[in-house]
Design a protein around this ligand. Structure first.
Ligand code: 5GP
Ligand code: MG
Length: 466
């Protein structure tokens, strides 16, 4: 009898629509080939739901961690769509074989099912589907490393295949690397095994755990981005702690000790993709961007100064205003702008994510208020600072969100306005420049984490790979 089957599945979050659970290692999400109870059966037994539970995405049987489950057909289609549109972020923890040549990176090797072994996937430049993993090293233990991996696409075995292909396979992975358990004696110098006892393995499972998931929660019109974390099981945590303790003397261990604490306390980790803002550009990319400059560095400086002068003329010096800066795009603009303001401004940040580039007309905008900006609005003169007015969906949503919190006044300050027919009409009180209807990059605006650092605004080069 499988003892796992008796254990309760840990529920991390639930509402009428969804469940977020922590799947133990060794349990299939559905229809186990060996006939053992699968996760949906276990959860159904545990919760006796009114409607059948439905899958939205999957985890391999040997991968543990966070999994979203739908409680209705409507929820299933809503969240499946969000996955397809890449509006859902996921972060995995993986112990891999090092030492790694870089501290982080982006892997875009196309993945296909192997013809020789239908159980396995492999990188295939022609037949593979586009696949994208972004990773960063959290700790370097010497011959092993702990990495955080974020998958932009969600192909079968994606992390396992991508990492194996790049020479940094999971420390334990029966298909793509070695099935051998990790033994502490192999890492701890001077380790003396007990004479009459066999050494227990440090860890003997696939060294991959789905740690974190960020999804919109709540009614579609007013969904809020929320991040959930799934504590790794005791063995995984113990392995990480012991590897950190008995690492090679010359290896740095955790690059940031806070990451270890976050894992121990199951706190939210930073997504690797977020830290890519300063991603290096190739010479070709840089040249392509220089050739498509729309607003030069000097023009930007002048525009920011003009905007600051107009703001200084409009806001009384002695009445503090609250600037709400929309992340990530407006950060750079706001930093430059605020330097020139002479009235008192309290700066607040708000993250509004909208899916971009779809042809559908009703799009989701989600507000992630991790700094509790919402509580600082009542009775204040609020100035919303954004990078660009395109469809206007984001600003419309943010302005509604702010207005329901009873500010004294709300004004908008936007650096760029696209020459397009805006879907939502917004009054831009302080507007910078108009730009042609192209996807623009630079001066804080990114494409896939790139180009933010350019000092000018340019149109995205046509041939830029997707
Ligand atoms: P909206 O379509 O809602 O007016 O624009 C929403 C957000 O999408 C903007 O605040 C900005 O962050 C982003 N965005 C819109 N157009 C562009 C663009 O051309 N380039 C980049 N990098 N971001 C854009
Ligand atoms: Mg924006």
């Amino acid at each position: 009898m499988n003892t796992m089957a008796k254990k309760r599945i840990e529920i991390l979050f639930e509402n009428d629509e969804i469940l977020v659970v922590n799947k133990p290692v060794g349990i299939s999400v559905t229809a186990d080939r060996g006939g053992a109870d699968d996760l949906l059966m276990l959860l159904t037994r545990q919760l006796s739901p009114a409607e059948p539970l439905r899958l939205v995405h999957r985890l391999d049987k040997e991968t543990s961690g966070i999994l979203l489950i739908a409680r209705s057909r409507t929820a299933q289609s809503r969240y499946s769509r969000l996955f397809a549109k890449r509006m859902i972020q996921k972060l995995y923890l993986a112990i891999v074989r090092g030492p790694l040549p870089y501290r982080g990176g982006s892997i875009k090797d196309p993945i296909a099912r192997s013809k020789r072994n239908p159980q396995a996937m492999h990188v295939h430049p022609r037949l593979g589907k586009p696949s994208h993993t972004v990773w960063k090293e959290l700790a370097d233990f010497g011959t092993l490393s702990l990495v955080a991996a974020q998958i932009v696409t969600g192909r079968t075995h994606q992390i396992r295949v991508h990492f194996a292909h790049r020479g940094m396979p999971l420390a334990i992975d029966p298909i793509y690397a070695s099935a051998e358990p990790l033994m502490l004696s192999a890492y701890k110098s001077g380790y003396r095994p007990k004479i009459d006892k066999e050494e227990p393995p440090l860890i003997d499972r696939l060294t991959l755990h789905a740690y974190q998931l960020t999804i919109p929660v709540g009614p579609q019109e007013d969904a809020e981005m929320r991040t959930f974390t799934a504590p790794p099981d005791k063995k995984f945590v113990a392995a990480v702690k012991l590897l950190a303790k008995y690492k090679d003397k010359s290896a740095p261990g955790f690059h940031d000790q806070n990451d270890l604490l976050r894992i121990l306390r199951s706190e939210q980790m930073e997504y690797p993709l977020k830290t890519e803002t300063g991603q290096r550009l190739s010479r070709r990319e840089k040249e392509a961007a220089y050739n498509r400059i729309l607003v030069s560095e000097e023009q930007l400086e002048q525009t920011v100064r003009d905007l600051a002068r107009r703001l200084n003329d409009s806001y009384p010096v002695n009445e503090p205003a609250t600037a709400v800066v929309l992340l990530e795009g407006a950060r750079r603009f706001a930093e430059d702008l605020l330097k020139h303001l002479v009235f008192t401004v309290e700066v607040r940040y708000l993250k509004a994510s909208s899916y971009y580039g779809s042809t559908e007309s009703s799009e989701l905008v989600c507000i992630e208020d991790s700094e509790k900006t919402g509580g600082q609005i009542a009775g204040r003169n609020v100035l919303v600072i954004d990078d660009i007015y395109d469809t206007g969906r984001t600003l419309a949503h943010v302005l509604d969100w702010i207005r329901t919190r009873q500010p004294k006044s709300v004004k908008t300050c936007v650096l760029l306005e696209k020459r397009v027919r805006h879907e939502k009409q917004i009054t831009i009180d302080f507007g910078g420049l108009e730009v042609d209807n192209a996807f623009v990059i630079g001066y804080g605006l990114d494409y896939d984490g790139k180009f933010r650092d350019l000092p000018f605004v340019a149109a995205l080069p046509d041939d830029f790979e997707n």
